[in-house]
Design a protein around this ligand. Structure first.
Ligand code: FES
Ligand code: FES
Length: 237
């Protein structure tokens, strides 16, 4: 691979007579593109380190004074994280950029994809739509907290056994959402496809699973296998 890259790069060092005249804007070279991409990847590799290094806050909007960071303690996966957060920081960014828990994914950042789903006191929420300061005192569970020690949760095992992912980007959100789904169903919660919402749904049918997981988008289209995995984890396989 590196040989191929070197070979391609050598094409950027063409004789000077082949370069565009100085008055014309130069074309972006492959080498420059690769250098830019590598620099971007390096920056993205440790975002929480950047955040913890006290990245300067964005300038305040006119007439909208900046609110300084304040101490916030988040209980995540049974561990207390003491953070310095501006009140505007979302729970998603607090988890990823400040606590260094990169399992929770940012897809749309606007409540449409479910990739950022975590559990707050057992209730599934889109962490991109809520502020971290609102969750002090709650028990937050991310995908990193679903397994115990070295043992995967039954749902995690079912996802593997049923091949319920392809790229895996949506999977942390799917797993958190499905974990809450199973508890909601066991607790007798109805859904919009439950025939009679006054009575506990008798069976967690595929239709029920699809409806209850409809907030979690999978761009790879692994839906059939996700439904099979949830069904298996529930015990109706
Ligand atoms: S990143 Fe939160 S719903 Fe898409
Ligand atoms: S497995 Fe790729 S987005 Fe769902």
């Amino acid at each position: 691979m590196s040989t191929h890259t070197e070979c391609q790069d050598s094409g950027d060092t063409a004789p000077s007579e082949e370069l565009p005249p100085p008055s014309q804007p130069s074309q972006p070279s492959r080498r420059r593109f690769l250098q830019s991409a590598a620099a971007a990847a390096t920056i993205g590799a440790a975002p929480h380190l950047r955040a913890q290094a006290q990245t300067p806050a964005a300038p305040p909007m006119p007439g909208n004074p900046a609110v300084p960071p304040r101490p916030v303690t988040l209980n995540v996966n049974g561990r207390a994280y003491s953070l310095q957060l501006e009140p505007r920081v979302t729970l998603l960014d607090a988890l990823r950029e400040y606590a260094g828990l990169m399992g929770t994914k940012k897809g749309c950042d606007r409540g449409q994809c479910g990739a950022c789903t975590v559990l707050a006191d057992g209730r599934r929420i889109n962490s991109c739509l809520t502020l971290a300061v609102m969750h002090e005192g709650e028990n937050i569970t991310t995908v990193e907290g679903l397994a115990t020690q070295d043992t995967l949760s039954p749902l995690q095992r079912a996802f593997i056994e049923h091949d319920a992912f392809q790229c895996g980007y949506c999977t942390p959100g799917q797993l958190c959402s499905a974990t809450a789904l199973l508890e909601e169903f066991r607790g007798g919660a109805a859904s919009t496809v439950t025939a009679d919402v006054r009575t506990r749904p008798a069976v967690l049918s595929d239709e029920e699973i699809r409806e209850r997981m409809s907030g979690n988008i999978c761009r790879c289209g692994a839906y059939a296998n996700i439904v099979a995995a949830v069904r298996a984890a529930h015990g109706n396989a």
